[in-house]
Design a protein around this ligand. Structure first.
Ligand SMILES: [Cu+2]
Length: 330
């Protein structure tokens, strides 16, 4: 480090040292996906960012928090996986059976010396599990063993989610319904999540043989957001469509996203923007319930979704006014 002799390079050197320190902070054992929806099948991975004081990593053990069901590891080339099961305090039902013992530890260990994870590299150890139905914080303790020494990522703050000041924090998973709410939206009804309000939703009923229909609603986002996409188990394909006049011809086309300005109601209605449900699996008779997932992105780029249950039941105005009739030709 000859250039250190030159004093004006000291600033640069201190910058490098600071960068080294901050990268150490980020090299805790952390989860690749740090938040998930309650009751969902979660796929995550523990990222190991360095060895033990220079020594290569030879083993990683993850302890499943209480309430994580049916944990499964993702196999890893060159590594052996062992599972430890334990009797559950609270048995649960899965696929019609009562589960009385479940996986509580997953351990990967190197099969050969060559497979060890060098200190200068990082790797991820993936697993999946069904998450608890209750929102909350889940701390995953991780034991990292190396050719020499070990790192026990087991510290949990006495309160809250901040790991500031902890030298060896456990990995945190925040289980929360991220703007997701499930509600029946009938004509005039509304569902309000922390980020968007959806009201007056309905689906146009279909007759036998009809493969496509429209879904309509009013969406108001609190902050400027985008509707990125839609999906529904009743339709093979669901898209956001726009209908507009093009040289006296009414045309309909898919749009990649729909802008939702802050606080302004955007109406999806016959003759305008609408959700197009295509490749219908069966007719949607009047009164049929149609689940619909709306996928959004906020101004910061974070994605969230809202689950709706719409009814195939047009409001009186839409049934009576022929001008509002929405014919789909695909
Ligand atoms: Cu359409």
């Amino acid at each position: 480090m000859k250039y250190l002799d030159n004093s004006h390079c000291m600033t640069l050197a201190w910058g490098l040292i600071a960068a080294l320190f901050s990268s150490t902070v980020y090299a805790h054992a952390v989860l690749t996906e740090q938040s998930a929806i309650p009751g969902s099948y979660y796929k995550g991975a523990i990222r190991i960012g360095h060895g033990c004081e220079g020594a290569s990593t030879t083993g990683v053990k993850i302890f499943m928090p209480a309430g994580f069901e049916g944990a499964k590891p993702q196999p890893k080339a060159g590594w052996n996986v062992t599972l430890k099961k334990a009797k559950l305090n609270e048995p649960y039902q899965s696929h019609g059976k009562t589960v009385i013992e479940d996986v509580v530890e997953i351990e990967w260990s190197v099969g050969t010396k060559e497979a060890a994870l060098a200190d200068g590299s990082f790797d991820e150890f993936a697993f999946m599990a069904r998450l608890p139905d209750k929102p909350g914080l889940a701390w995953l303790r991780v034991l990292q063993t190396c050719e020499k020494g070990q790192n026990d990522w087991v510290e949990i703050p006495s309160a809250g989610s901040s790991t500031k000041g902890l030298k060896m924090p456990a990995a945190l998973l925040t289980i929360k319904a991220e703007g997701a709410s499930i509600a029946t939206v009938s004509p005039g009804g509304a569902v309000v999540s922390s980020q968007v309000a959806v009201g007056g939703g309905w689906v146009r009923p279909t007759v036998k043989g009809q493969k496509a229909t429209g879904a309509f609603m009013k969406i108001t986002a609190k902050e400027s957001s985008k509707l990125l996409g839609v999906s529904s188990p009743v339709a093979g394909v669901a898209e956001i469509h726009e209908m507009k006049m093009d040289k006296d011809v009414m045309k309909m086309a898919a749009v990649p996203s729909l802008d939702l300005p802050a606080g302004k109601a955007v109406e999806l209605k016959p003759g305008g923007y609408h959700v197009m449900l295509m490749d219908l699996k069966s007719p949607l008779e009047k009164g049929a319930k149609v689940p619909l997932t709306l996928k959004f992105q906020d101004a910061k780029g974070a994605k969230f979704q809202v689950e709706l249950m719409l009814e195939a039941n047009p409001p009186a105005a839409a049934t009576n006014a022929p001008a509002a009739g929405h014919q789909h030709h695909h």
